[in-house]
Design a protein around this ligand. Structure first.
Ligand SMILES: [Fe+2]
Length: 208
């Protein structure tokens, strides 16, 4: 008997992706950007995103992240493409801060770099897409089990400072209310240099 695991969705986790020095300098650089409160939670603030041009100056960061973007990009597009980070911003959550379910538009790979250890209550939750080719009836109750085929969501078992998570930008995700201390993350969106479909291709370039 064999079960074929059809059409899975990749999510990449990397521990200690950046050195402490790199995380500190990145935090100091981004924290200078103007801040805006989240529309749903005053306990969560975001910085205005750094532009691609500003990110280009962070040479060490690009060198550290590019191999993972290339490998993850291969999984979703079947080719080792050149990737660039299009925008990057910081999220700072106090106790009680949360983020509603959302996905990232105009991007193919999205990512979170965790700059603090994350309290178990505030681990990022990744959700299965809503709607689509699913049974309308479910079988969820106290005696039913969760399998990869009926799960609605997935939560990492532990998240520490320095962890990186890459995921397809369409994937829904959220952060439940943070019952721990200050939670700091950097998020970014990445684009490949081009996508090609036989005789046609689209190119993604920075506005000059
Ligand atoms: Fe997000």
């Amino acid at each position: 008997m064999k079960i074929e695991n059809l059409f899975p969705t990749p999510l990449m986790r990397v521990e200690n992706v950046l050195s402490d020095a790199m995380m500190n300098s990145l935090q100091q650089r981004i924290v200078k950007s103007p801040k805006v409160s989240n529309t749903q939670s005053q306990l969560l603030t975001h910085t205005e995103p750094l532009s691609a041009k500003e990110i280009d100056k962070l040479i060490d960061l690009k060198e550290a992240l590019n191999p993972y973007l290339r490998d993850f990009g291969f999984l979703i597009f079947g080719e080792y493409l050149e990737w660039s980070i299009k925008e990057m911003w910081m999220n700072i959550s106090k106790k009680g801060g949360h983020q509603l379910i959302h996905s990232h538009a105009n991007s193919f790979i999205s990512a979170i770099i965790y700059l603090s250890d994350i309290h178990p209550s505030a681990r990022t939750i990744f959700h299965r897409g809503m709607g689509g080719n699913e049974f309308v009836f479910t079988n969820k109750h106290q005696d039913s089990s969760t399998t990869p085929y009926n799960a609605d969501r997935w939560v990492p078992d532990e998240i520490k400072r320095g962890d990186l998570i890459l995921f397809p930008s369409y994937m829904l995700h959220a952060v439940p209310p943070n019952e721990g201390g200050q939670r700091i993350t950097i998020a970014f969106n990445a684009l490949p240099n081009r996508l090609k479909s036989w005789d046609y291709e689209v190119r993604f370039t920075e506005k000059s």
